[in-house]
Design a protein around this ligand. Structure first.
Ligand SMILES: Cc1cc2nc3c(=O)[nH]c(=O)nc-3n(C[C@H](O)[C@H](O)[C@H](O)COP(=O)(O)OP(=O)(O)OC[C@H]3O[C@@H](n4cnc5c(N)ncnc54)[C@H](O)[C@@H]3O)c2cc1C
Length: 407
């Protein structure tokens, strides 16, 4: 049996390890454009000069030898052909498979604004190769412009601050981290970045950017006419699942590769896991999907049910924030807040059930909140402050033959 895995990110590695646990004799081949296993969450540390390539490796020591996995690193897959059960590489090589996992992750999205896609000093931040190129370009750059103030944009800024660069961040929303946090939680980070010297331009879009004679962009014009100078541009305007090699494959895709709860795609013996599915875009979920895909590729029947678990951990300048579940409240939701000098906590409730929690400054008891959200436990009957709930406050009872959680 030959298992082929495209991608050496966390989803691919988790799947490979899982397959090996089930099948000691199988051939497992991983193919990736990446030449190093690396944590994308740590790329800012590489940019800052705090870690080298090896320091980003999140895999077990001697991973490939230990699990008897062949790894073709630095190879781009050009086309997946489910009808022939083969993949074709950019160099023309063809590799056949019995079972295939798509764990290609996602690509940075550079919006089609002016000549952003053409300029030689514009980078996304997705791969180690991006971080290496940013560090090189930064050697001669003073003025850095970051477009987008989500986690990736702030990661890039954080890393470059360590290199003493002057940084401006443009964000089209009226606050930073608009997807990850509420206004209060985001404001705390904005102040920390500003204290470190970063300038934010909020509520504005880049509308024009032309290359100069050296092939670089040195000035970006915003939608209010303001001009921002730069020597290095980092565009952190989101990602798109890496679907290029699936064109003409017949595999069903929407935002990402379409999968069922077993992580099976529409093609026989082809599975997908991680950011390529477009299901979540965060590390723990990619790892979990990889593991589940690996199990099912070996004949198990495990389902991915983690869809509640939008979990984000943010940590800049020592201020840590954890969000679980719903982040932006909807009409009819109830909000409860606890705040003092050291912490900010916000809970979103709907029909007596916790749907989301944001913990900033103090993330203790995160497991309790996760449990309440995952199991949809009704907390409306609780006789104490919601922020004091602990595991002892809820338990399971059997009603009409089914277990229900009560608080
Ligand atoms: C800067 C940054 C910071 C982040 N911070 C956090 C964080 O703090 N917390 C968090 O939970 N998540 C964070 N994330 C998201 C997290 O890193 C991803 O969710 C996770 O890496 C997804 O894993 P994956 O295995 O699906 O894909 P990836 O890690 O993207 O791996 C994809 C693999 O596929 C390979 N590949 C792609 N296309 C091809 C092809 N055609 N041929 C061959 N190989 C191919 C790539 O080379 C790579 O090896 C961050 C991401 C970035 C970019």
């Amino acid at each position: 049996m030959r298992y082929v895995i495209i991608g050496a990110g966390v989803a691919g590695l988790e799947a490979a390890k899982t397959i090996r646990r089930h099948d000691n004799a199988a051939e497992i081949l991983m193919v990736s454009a990446d030449t190093h296993v690396h944590s994308r969450c740590m790329l800012h540390k590489f940019i800052a000069g705090e870690r080298d390539e090896q320091g980003l490796d999140f895999s077990e020591k001697d991973f490939f030898a230990k699990y008897k996995i062949d790894w073709k690193k630095g190879f781009q897959v050009k086309q997946v052909c489910p009808d022939k059960k083969e993949i074709q590489l950019e160099n023309g090589e063809k590799i056949t498979y019995d079972k295939l996992l798509l764990a290609n992750g996602a690509d940075s999205f550079i919006p089609p604004v002016g000549e952003l896609r053409k300029a030689s000093n514009v980078y996304g931040l997705r791969n180690l190769s991006d971080a290496q190129a940013i560090v090189k370009e930064a050697e001669a750059a003073e003025d850095v412009l970051v477009i987008g103030s989500g986690l990736v944009g702030l990661d890039a800024a954080y890393g470059l601050l360590e290199r003493g660069k002057k940084i401006t961040i443009v964000e089209m929303a009226d606050r930073i981290l608009p997807v990850q946090l509420d206004a209060h939680g985001a404001d705390a980070y904005q102040k920390l970045f500003e204290n470190a010297g970063v300038r934010f331009v909020l509520g504005r879009k880049a509308s024009e950017a032309a290359c100069e004679a050296d092939g670089k962009i040195h000035k970006v014009t915003l939608d209010n006419g303001e001009e921002l100078t730069c020597d290095l541009l980092i565009v952190a305007a989101g990602v798109r699942p890496a679907l290029a090699c699936l064109e003409d494959s017949g595999i069903a895709c929407e935002r990402g590769v379409t999968v069922d709860a077993s992580m099976k795609t529409s093609a026989a013996d082809v599975y997908a896991a991680g950011d390529i599915t477009g299901l979540s875009g965060i590390w723990p979920n990619a790892a979990n999907q990889g593991r589940i895909a690996g199990e099912n590729m070996c004949g198990a029947d495990e389902k991915y049910t983690d869809t509640y678990a939008i979990k984000n951990t943010i940590n800049f300048f020592g201020l840590v924030t954890l969000c679980v579940g719903k982040i932006q409240p909807e009409e009819g939701d109830q909000i409860q807040i606890k705040e003092d000098k050291t912490q900010y906590k916000r809970v979103i409730l709907k029909d007596g059930k916790v749907e989301g929690v944001l913990l900033q400054g103090d993330i203790s008891h995160a497991g309790t909140w996760q449990y309440l959200i995952k199991n949809k436990i009704d907390v409306s009957g609780i006789q104490k402050n919601i922020f004091d709930i602990n595991f002892a406050d809820f338990y399971q009872v059997k009603e009409n033959g089914e277990y229900q959680w009560v608080c």
